[in-house]
Write a protein that binds this ligand. Structure first.
Ligand code: ASP
Length: 354
């Protein structure tokens, strides 16, 4: 896995307002159609051809491109590690970062990086497009230009949005609160449980009260080790004992994100609770998150969740599935089990309401 660097000094002869690094990973944004009309990732050179306006911005831009841009369905933790390292290594020389990424797994990557980059005080803005930049009605141009504006926004020398976030179709969303909800229209992302960080219209209106404030004294650290032995167990009426058993008996399993009904409810059958309890006794973490995109898990609200609490299932509150999976990867990859267990229910970077 490799990347290459392209430097564009858009600000000459005047001095640049900000220094921004664009990390191009692939996605529909820069795709083009092959002879059969199938969308495939394309080189960043194509993007530059369609974005002459980039050269008019008062920005000092450095572009880092994956050597082989990918459809984001092929993203792997190894790509997150590479992106985390690029940001970490260039952090002191840049004012902010814009990551061009496919929309399919953007919420996972943004969540992962929000947990990996601890002590972040500069913006990392993810964006992409539903239509390739080469197509006339594409949303790519607006998404990128506004993301660059957000990544370079400062008040009294401090970044306005010192967070990992997603800008898409006029909305700025905290990365670990975002979910892809739409694959046809431009409004691809939503945050059901946390307010928008900003809304873009004629001007960009920031919701300062909703934006995490960075502590200027904290140094950026990169938590790059990621535990992959994690799974998702989505409950459904009729789930069988053997299905549950085959999931929980997966070799090396460390944690399960269990997607329950409503406010965190699950079947009360003895076989179900007994098998969960056995897994917990074996040291597997089970995190309860809801299948409902809005609202939160409250273990004990109904009888069907009270026993979950008693046997040691951990409430994931209002975390998204994407946030829960990537938070577990980072915590279990970097901390001992007892510490990871404590931190999972705490808000590390605004991913959960506590
Ligand atoms: N399949 C594409 C991707 O995630 C979709 C997109 O970019 O919107 O890479």
């Amino acid at each position: 896995m490799n990347y290459k660097e392209i430097k564009i000094n858009t600000a000459t002869p005047e001095s640049p307002v900000s220094k921004i690094m664009i990390i191009y990973t692939g996605g529909t944004f820069g795709m083009s159609r092959d002879k059969n009309g199938v969308l495939i990732p394309y080189d960043f050179a194509l993007i530059l051809e369609h974005l002459p306006t980039l050269r008019n911005l008062m920005l000092d831009l450095t572009i880092v491109s994956f050597e082989h841009p990918i459809d984001s369905s092929n993203i792997e933790p190894a790509h997150w590690q590479m992106m985390g390292k690029i940001i970490f290594d260039n952090y002191e020389f840049q004012d902010g970062f814009v990551v061009l990424h496919g929309t399919d797994t953007m919420a996972y990557t943004a969540s992962a990086l929000s947990f990996m980059l601890q002590g972040l005080a500069k913006p990392v803005v993810f964006t992409g497009a539903q239509l390739p930049i080469a197509e006339t009605r594409s949303d790519a141009r607006e998404n990128l230009i506004t993301s660059l504006e957000i990544a370079s926004a400062k008040i009294e020398g401090k970044a306005v949005v010192p967070e990992v976030c997603i800008y898409f179709d006029d909305q700025l969303i905290r990365g670990n609160r975002a979910k892809k909800v739409e694959s046809m229209h431009f409004d691809a992302f939503e945050s059901e449980n946390y307010p928008l960080l900003a809304k873009a219209g004629v001007s960009i209106t920031y919701s300062h009260a909703s934006i995490e404030q960075a502590d200027a004294n904290t140094k950026l650290t990169l938590k790059s080790s990621l535990e992959r032995n994690i799974t998702v167990l989505k409950l459904f009426p009729g789930i069988t004992e053997s299905t549950l058993d085959s999931i929980l008996a997966s070799s090396g399993l460390k944690a399960v994100v269990m997607e329950t009904f409503g406010a965190g409810n699950a079947p009360s059958s003895a076989w179900f609770l007994k098998r969960l309890k056995q897994a917990i006794t074996e040291g597997i973490l089970i995190i309860n998150i809801s299948q409902c995109p809005g609202g939160m898990v409250i273990q004990g609200k109904y009888e069907t969740s009270k026993t979950l609490e008693e046997i040691g299932v951990i409430s994931g509150g209002d975390m998204t599935c994407e946030a829960a999976i990537t938070k577990l990867m980072v915590l279990l990859g970097n901390y001992p089990l007892y510490k990871a267990k404590l931190l999972i229910a705490e808000s590390l970077v605004g991913e959960i309401t506590v």
